[in-house]
Design a protein around this ligand. Structure first.
Ligand code: PBG
Length: 327
């Protein structure tokens, strides 16, 4: 009898068949970037759990070093700094001995093989918590911000960062950073640009973790409007034209359609950033016993690979590297 329906189950009968026909390769350790919060503190043993991100910690450089030593198959980290003091020029961001610069030197000295990526932004270092310089009337001064961002990237490279990741969303910052890096001889330092970054409620836990919530207003004049998709392609192409080597789409899960569209529009490597709020939701449901947390984490990341991500920044990295990833 010739049936009139499709027998999709034929190829799902055994693990061997399923493995044979799977379209998206399973997640690999080398696809993952682990974000870390490093704190400028006199207490060398400082380690404080972030309440809205269970399992994630603010760490002193010494504790950060201990952490990276213990995570198996850890390939890459993304560093965020929490400085001891803030001002209205974000001077801690580009201080030669700033907290990120200290942490980079320490990690690269102990673990030269670990890829150390730095988040380049001013918000954690600004007294007002915005990602750019503010004028007296409270507006962001885009072009006056660019030299500070560029100087921050150069100081990270001087400390030994393998790659810089600007997240401020000022126009022209990739060109400013590329120019400054090249002028200082860092022609080989790649720029992983947060090209497509939406003004998202999913950053809430991060701002608690990094003490970087804006004290007035919001980030909607520089981060993208969640209703826009075509604009993502404009941003992606602009950053490539300015010299970005690879691009980030952020947040990840709620913007998987954007990831997919950007993947089809450009050819550079793409990174999905599964942000703090996405992690918080997975953990909260897991802690309540409402989902199989590790499986849900893996599935959420596989979805991002399927949508087109080559690599993923995720707070789930540590847990998965410790328990679930075969290699
Ligand atoms: C700094 C920055 C933010 C995130 C990454 N870099 C916060 C923001 O833009 O407010 C968010 C990361 C996360 O939520 O995990 N500008």
């Amino acid at each position: 009898m010739n049936t009139l329906f499709h027998r999709g189950r034929r190829l799902r009968q055994s693990p061997q068949l399923r493995d044979l026909v799977r379209e998206t390769a399973p997640l690999l350790a080398e696809d993952l970037v682990m974000p870390c919060f490093v704190v400028e503190t006199a207490t060398s043993r400082f380690r404080k759990e972030i309440p809205s991100m269970p399992g994630q910690f603010q760490l002193s450089p010494v504790e950060l070093e201990k952490l990276v030593e213990t995570v198996p198959r850890l390939a890459a980290v993304l560093l965020f700094g929490i400085p001891a003091g803030k001002d209205d020029r974000a001077s801690g961001a580009y201080a030669e001995n700033g907290i990120v610069q200290q942490a980079v030197r320490r990690l690269k000295a102990r673990r030269p093989d670990l890829l150390v990526i730095t988040d380049v932004c001013l918000c954690e270092y600004m007294s007002h918590g915005h990602c750019g310089v503010l004028s007296p009337d409270g507006r962001i001064q885009n072009d006056a911000t660019l030299p500070l961002i560029a100087q921050t990237a150069v100081s990270h490279a001087q400390a030994g960062a393998d790659m810089v990741a600007p997240s401020d969303m000022m126009d022209g910052r990739v060109a400013a950073i590329r120019g400054a890096l090249d002028a200082e001889g860092f022609t080989q330092t790649p720029i992983l640009s947060y090209a497509v970054k939406y003004a998202s409620a999913f950053y809430g836990p991060f701002r608690e973790a990094a003490h970087s919530a804006p004290s007035c207003g919001d980030r909607k004049s520089y981060q993208m409007d969640p209703g826009n998709a075509r604009e993502a392609l404009i941003e992606a192409r602009a950053d490539i034209a300015e010299g970005a080597d690879a691009l980030i789409v952020k947040p990840a899960g709620p913007y998987a359609d954007i990831l997919y569209r950007v993947r089809r529009a450009v050819d550079v490597p793409l990174c999905a950033y599964q942000v703090s709020g996405e992690y918080a939701m997975l953990r909260a449901a897991g802690l309540k016993g409402w989902i199989d947390e590790k499986s849900a984490m893996l599935e959420s990341l596989l979805g991002l690979k399927r949508a087109g991500a080559d690599m993923i920044i995720t707070y789930c990295a540590e847990a998965l590297l410790r328990q679930k990833l075969a290699r």
